[in-house]
Write a protein that binds this ligand. Structure first.
Ligand SMILES: [Zn+2]
Length: 416
């Protein structure tokens, strides 16, 4: 069983169009995201308006520039995953996008490999770890800017190419894009193209989004009716809204094999624990996780089983122009984010599925009245000398010391 494009729900959002959270079965094996991944990049021109981007720009945006998606994946994974690609195109497909005139966002499943094979008959589909389709089509569509067709490695049919024998199933990664690359880069995300980085991270094995969980004036409540889930609203992650930072949070990095038990330590005893910045390239402790004695429901289906804490130094791909750290409020005044020296605290569900899904908690609830609700999470930090007690559980966490841009000391107190 696999996840088909038609299962993907698209939502319109202020800035981008994204695919919404989907949970699909996957062939994902532990650590399958690690190592070098070679992609075939297939450029499909359906518009025929001579406005398609140059291959050089696409190559730089994906693989060969300071803020390329490849550099981002390399930094986010601490060098444990690298990507490269071979570009095919521009191809002008004979089969139009489905329907009368133009009604589909992407080539049909049964056409996608055949288009490549028709124009490049010697291509061996098995020679690639994944396929990136870049579609140049008429502007003004309601299509998303990008979409992941697989979550980690998944089986995909190749269909019969031109009456020959079927090539059967291949285990691969597939993503589609249509939005333009921006140069030198998108200051909004500090990556040449954050949609591409988002969808490629899906195809490396993250089937969920990084979400938020807000509880009115409280940091957390044991009663989910006091709270709400804001899907994809972690402002500090490429798998969320990425306005404040871009690296995936440590929960997603753990799932991809980029961080392990030595980097995210399980805490079950009182003590002081030093955590280094999420993006620190050294192989040191990047966060702590604490298993809850008493699980907290966060909806009628989802459960908070763990709390994770991490620290961002806001450098590298997490750096932002101050313009992008402003939060527009209902009263029209901007809330300026000046202090980022705190821990980010995640409610994490590691029991509903066989992987963990993060929900950013707001340690300073209602400190911002944003015009766009997830904006309040921009000030979600647990700051120095502040304390967080997980309701119905026997421990509290305090940020004791901050070595700005480097590390935090967390004091965990178990009461019994
Ligand atoms: Zn997504």
């Amino acid at each position: 069983m696999y996840c088909h494009l038609s299962q993907i729900i698209r939502v319109t959002q202020k800035i981008f169009l994204f695919s919404l959270l989907v949970t699909c079965s996957s062939l994902a094996q532990p650590n399958e995201a690690l190592g070098h991944k070679k992609f075939a990049v297939i450029l499909l021109d359906y518009a025929h308006d001579s406005k398609e981007l140059s291959i050089d720009i696409i190559n730089k945006g994906l693989f060969n520039s300071e803020y390329s998606v490849a550099q981002f994946i390399s930094a986010a994974s601490y060098g444990k995953t690298s990507i490269s690609g071979e570009i095919f195109g521009w191809i002008k497909p004979e089969v139009p996008l489905y329907g009368k005139g133009w009604t589909a966002c992407w080539p049909l499943d049964q056409n996608r490999f055949n288009i490549l094979l028709k124009h490049y008959p010697k291509v061996d589909l098995h020679a690639y770890d994944g396929f990136i389709y870049y579609v140049h089509r008429k502007a003004g569509s309601k299509c998303s800017a990008g979409v992941a067709n697989t979550y980690g490695l998944q089986s995909r049919p190749t269909y019969t190419p031109f009456g020959k024998q079927p090539l059967g199933l291949i285990d691969t990664r597939i993503s589609y894009f249509s939005n333009k690359f921006y140069f030198p880069y998108q200051a909004y995300s500090n990556i040449t193209n954050s949609t591409v980085a988002h969808e490629l991270t899906h195809t490396l094995g993250i089937s969920n989004h990084s979400n938020a969980y807000v509880c009115g004036s409280r940091t957390l409540s044991a009663n989910p009716e006091d709270c709400k889930i804001l899907s994809r609203s972690d402002l500090f992650s490429i798998m969320g809204l990425r306005s404040q930072a871009s690296h995936p949070n440590i929960v997603n990095k753990e799932r991809l094999g980029w961080l392990d038990d030595d980097n995210i330590i399980s805490v079950s005893k009182s003590g002081t624990y030093k955590i280094y910045a999420n993006n620190d390239p050294k192989d040191n402790i990047k966060g702590i996780k604490i298993k809850l004695k008493s699980i907290i429901p966060i909806s009628d289906k989802l459960l908070m089983s763990h709390v994770y804490l991490e620290y961002r130094n806001m450098e590298g791909f997490d750096k932002r122009d101050s313009f992008f750290r402003r939060i527009k409020q209902l009263n029209k005044h901007d809330f300026i984010i000046t202090n980022t020296d705190g821990a980010l605290v995640y409610a994490v569900d590691c029991v509903t599925y066989n992987y963990c899904i993060p929900y950013l908690l707001n340690m300073n609830p209602q400190s911002i009245t944003p015009a766009y609700p997830p904006g309040e999470l921009a000030n979600a930090y647990l700051f120095k000398d502040r304390n967080f007690k997980v309701v119905n559980n026997n421990f509290s966490i305090t940020v004791k010391d901050v070595s700005s841009k480097v590390s935090l000391d967390l004091v965990v107190d178990f009461i019994d």
